[in-house]
Design a protein. Structure first.
Length: 182
């Protein structure tokens, strides 16, 4: 038995047209976000040593008075906040998350300078063989990360549940154990 996707030629043409439109919109958005005026369809960063990193920027919204809304309000001190931007950076293969941060403000101003400076720092760390724990943000040598959950890399303490988001309830180890990867 084969798994597959069956499309008529017309459907295929429409699908490709949709994909092309999305890629075009993304290319134009990247010019605004990065402030880089030239056309560039490659969605990656390159550091001074020529090492590549994948990245994405997305707009999120938090429903009024949701837990996420309250977290963002306490982080940014903005009582009417309802949308914000999130930027993530991965290693060159996209298999390890090395940075995620968020900001609120105008899309047209691009990524804030303080976040760009942080990204430069994580690139420097990555060149030295170190990354932040995806939960508690402690800096640890990459070789010390024995386990991971998708692209997230967690220190031993957050993995076992003695620190981090899932402290005392099994840690990321328990989250990974329940995952069926479907
Ligand atoms: Zn940690």
């Amino acid at each position: 038995m084969y798994g597959g996707l069956f499309l008529t030629l017309q459907e295929l043409e429409q699908s490709i047209g949709g994909l092309i439109r999305i890629l075009r919109e993304r290319r134009i958005a990247l010019k605004v976000i990065t402030g880089y005026g030239f056309d560039n369809e490659h969605n990656f960063l390159t550091d001074i040593c020529g090492k590549h990193y994948g990245f994405s920027v997305r707009q999120n919204k938090a429903a009024f008075n949701s837990i996420e809304y309250k977290r963002l309000t306490s982080k940014f001190g903005h009582p009417t906040l309802s949308s914000y931007y999130e930027i993530s950076v991965w290693n060159e293969t996209g298999t390890a998350s090395i940075f995620t941060d968020e900001w609120c403000g105008s899309w047209n101003n691009g990524v804030p300078n303080n976040i760009i400076e942080k990204i430069e720092e994580v690139m420097q760390l990555y060149r030295e063989g170190k990354i932040h724990c995806s939960d508690c943000q402690i800096v640890t040598p990459i070789d010390d990360y024995k386990r991971h959950y998708f692209a997230g890399r967690y220190c031993n303490n957050c993995w076992s549940g003695s620190t981090g988001t899932y402290k005392n309830i099994g840690g990321w180890c328990e989250i990974e154990r329940k995952e069926n990867y479907e």
